[in-house]
Write a protein that binds this ligand. Structure first.
Ligand SMILES: [Zn+2]
Ligand SMILES: [Zn+2]
Length: 290
């Protein structure tokens, strides 16, 4: 057996966490990214999907993903950024970048009915713009055969209606805080649901009740870092390593050990995003790889 095969087997049996939604391109992590990734690895995180909100993010996330094993990128326009997705020609640029191998999904995309219109327009106009960009992004996902990372805020029924027009696209509804009934509808349509640190908040019994109805093979976990730090870090800047607290709480909800939940959610993420390759920090200690 070759050394490489043995290393791969060791890696496969290793329990690790997958943070399926972090914003590593955020200004809050600027100049700190190596420390953030090292702390994430120490906390047991093996893979991070770094999510984009606009064209600038896509470029930054691609740079991170191409230089760090275990970091993957997405390409997409967040519903709160549809008025300023990028400079002139952003569509062509986005389409070209989304075809790169480091891009594992189109996202985050969707509908946000919570925040008021960012460009001061009428609510109906703003929501119409969100929906047209959301549809364009789903078409891109379908064309590139990529899954989609969905942002929905006070908009789950509308989001599910739009997703229904793109039955070929698999989707994960990130930071899911909807009701058990909404969860059932999303699950019936074949989608995955992902939970953040919100599930650790003392008052979030409703979110825990929703998480309890999600079958194990449709669950994912995430931080949404730098936002939504879980208990006991609430109010502080959130890092991917904190996903272990979300994993622990979700494990309690489903009556599993934290290790079992880490394995279940990492296997789901691997399947959903078609992830492969070395884990976070691989090659860093010996300096043999890129
Ligand atoms: Zn979001
Ligand atoms: Zn996000």
């Amino acid at each position: 057996m070759l050394q490489g095969d043995r290393d791969e087997m060791k890696e496969k049996s290793e329990v690790f966490l997958t943070d399926t939604h972090a914003h590593l391109a955020s200004a809050r992590f600027q100049g700190e990214i190596e420390g953030v990734l090292a702390r994430s690895r120490e906390a047991g995180v093996g893979r991070i999907i770094s999510i984009s909100c606009d064209l600038e993010d896509v470029t930054a996330n691609l740079a991170l993903a191409s230089t760090h094993p275990g970091v993957f990128a997405t390409a997409g326009i967040h519903p709160c950024y549809v008025h300023e997705p990028g400079p002139e020609g952003w569509r062509d640029s986005l389409r070209a970048l989304a075809a790169r191998p480091e891009i594992v999904a189109i996202g985050e995309i969707g509908l946000d009915y919570y925040h008021p219109p960012e460009d001061g327009s009428e609510v109906t106009v703003w929501r119409g713009l969100q929906e047209s960009i959301f549809e364009e992004m789903l078409q891109l996902a379908q064309d590139l055969k990529l899954p989609a990372v969905i942002h929905s805020r006070e908009s789950t029924p509308a989001v599910l209606a739009v997703l229904g027009r793109f039955p070929e696209v698999k989707a994960v509804l990130h930071c899911f805080t909807g009701s058990p009934e909404e969860a059932e509808k999303a699950l019936a349509a074949g989608h995955f649901l992902s939970f953040t640190g919100v599930i650790t908040y003392p008052k979030a019994d409703d979110v825990r009740a929703t998480a309890a109805v999600v079958p194990l093979d449709r669950l994912m976990i995430e931080t949404d870092a730098p936002y939504l730090a879980p208990v006991p870090f609430r109010g502080k800047s959130c890092e991917p390593g904190m996903v272990r607290h979300t994993c622990q709480r979700l494990a309690e909800v489903h009556g599993l050990s934290p290790d079992e939940m880490a394995q279940v959610t990492s296997a789901n993420a691997e399947r959903f995003f078609a992830l492969s390759g070395p884990l976070l920090g691989a090659g860093a200690a010996v300096g043999l790889e890129g």
